[in-house]
Design a protein around this ligand. Structure first.
Ligand code: PMP
Length: 348
């Protein structure tokens, strides 16, 4: 057949997202979604949204959502960028800030190399230590991308380490992806006023149980936000729809509910980690809403298949260094109890 694709499209190796199985009664621990629903106030905002206004385009900059984020972080709205999920913002950031010589860890969010390839940006990877921690002092490049906590390991670094990277790379933009920070890592957001080279990216997908609505945001000084705006306005002026702007704003204002949910998830995580250790697993110290686990002599791929036969979905990558690990998202206590029972029944 005639090849209708551009050379660019034909040459891409796209990101593979975790499976979204159609079956209803499964235990879905494979894409780090929040197992609890959005707060009653968030759902109220959704149900009371004036749909007659949908004939109008939404605010191109995120409108009330942008103002809410600015208020929460005590920064001017010019320091806030709103996007259609943090994936979109991270993609925009690669295009806005990097020409080449970008660095990120060898084991991290596997979308980073995909954006680099999409925009023709050369990159290098920094090998994590044997214990999967980041040798932070070796991060040195014209652009740096760090997930904190890192994914899929769940291991976090402290604010001091982030500051160290920022200070040693003053002429480089440092992106800190805080998709999972609400579950136990220290946010670098408070460093934004101090560092003109810092971009902090966050999402409402996990901490605010709104993965289906696609809301992300970035915090940075206005000259960097302008860079993101330049890319956005060269691609899609209205990335966030009007419903998302309204619901996202309501969710962020209901912080007590979501702080409690994050604490509950962290408590479940720590309980399950202890149980898995008793069963002989090595469990990396997670500050996120997932665990990255392995067991000597046990095939991770086989355990994944065993769990799937019992309608439990977890994530496995057949990649160097991590092919014997599984990433298990934290579900409700009941879901995790079922998981533990199923693991106990695995003959391998
Ligand atoms: N960063 C990391 C590290 C992630 O794991 C994810 C989720 N796949 C994202 C960013 C993107 O999240 P979203 O686009 O839902 O905001």
């Amino acid at each position: 057949m005639q090849n209708y694709l551009s050379d660019k499209a034909a040459g891409l190796k796209p990101y593979t997202a975790g499976e979204q199985p159609k079956a209803k009664n499964i235990i879905k621990l494979n894409t780090n979604e929040n197992p609890y629903p959005p707060s009653p106030k968030t759902l109220d905002a959704y149900h009371h949204f004036d749909a007659s206004n949908l004939r109008l385009y939404p605010r191109p900059d995120g409108g009330e959502l942008r103002n809410t984020i600015a208020k929460i972080y005590d920064v001017p709205a010019s320091c806030v960028f709103c996007g259609n999920g943090s994936d979109e913002i991270l993609g925009f950031a690669f295009a806005a800030f990097f020409d080449g010589d970008v660095m990120f860890p060898d084991i991290t969010y596997s979308f980073y190399p995909v954006w680099a390839a999409l925009f023709g940006i050369t990159y290098s990877t920094l090998a994590l230590r044997d214990d999967f921690t980041i040798p932070v002092d070796r991060l040195c490049a014209k652009g740096i991308v760090l997930a904190n906590p890192n994914a899929p390991t769940g291991i976090a670094i402290g604010q001091g380490d982030i500051e160290d990277v920022l200070m040693r790379n003053r002429d480089s933009v440092v992106i800190v992806d805080e998709a999972y920070a609400a579950f136990g890592a220290q946010s670098a957001a408070c460093l934004v006023p101090e560092y003109p080279n810092l971009v902090v990216v966050n999402t409402l997908s996990k901490s605010h149980a709104l993965a289906g609505m696609r809301i992300g945001y970035a915090l940075a000084q206005p000259h960097l936000i302008d860079g993101l705006m330049r890319i956005k306005n060269s691609f899609n002026s209205y990335p966030l729809d009007a419903v998302a702007q309204c619901v996202g704003s309501a969710a962020l204002m209901d912080s007590d509910y979501y702080t409690d949910v994050a604490k509950k998830i962290a408590a479940t995580r720590d309980r399950v980690a202890a149980q898995l250790k008793i069963l002989g697993f090595t469990v990396l110290p997670s500050c996120a809403n997932f665990l990255f686990v392995t067991k000597q002599g046990m095939s991770a791929a086989a355990l994944k298949n065993h769990l799937e036969l019992g309608d439990i979905y977890v994530r496995h990558w057949d990649n160097p260094r991590i092919s014997e690990f599984l990433r298990i998202s934290i579900g409700t206590d009941r879901q995790m109890d079922t998981l533990i029972q199923k693991i106990k029944g695995f003959p391998g």
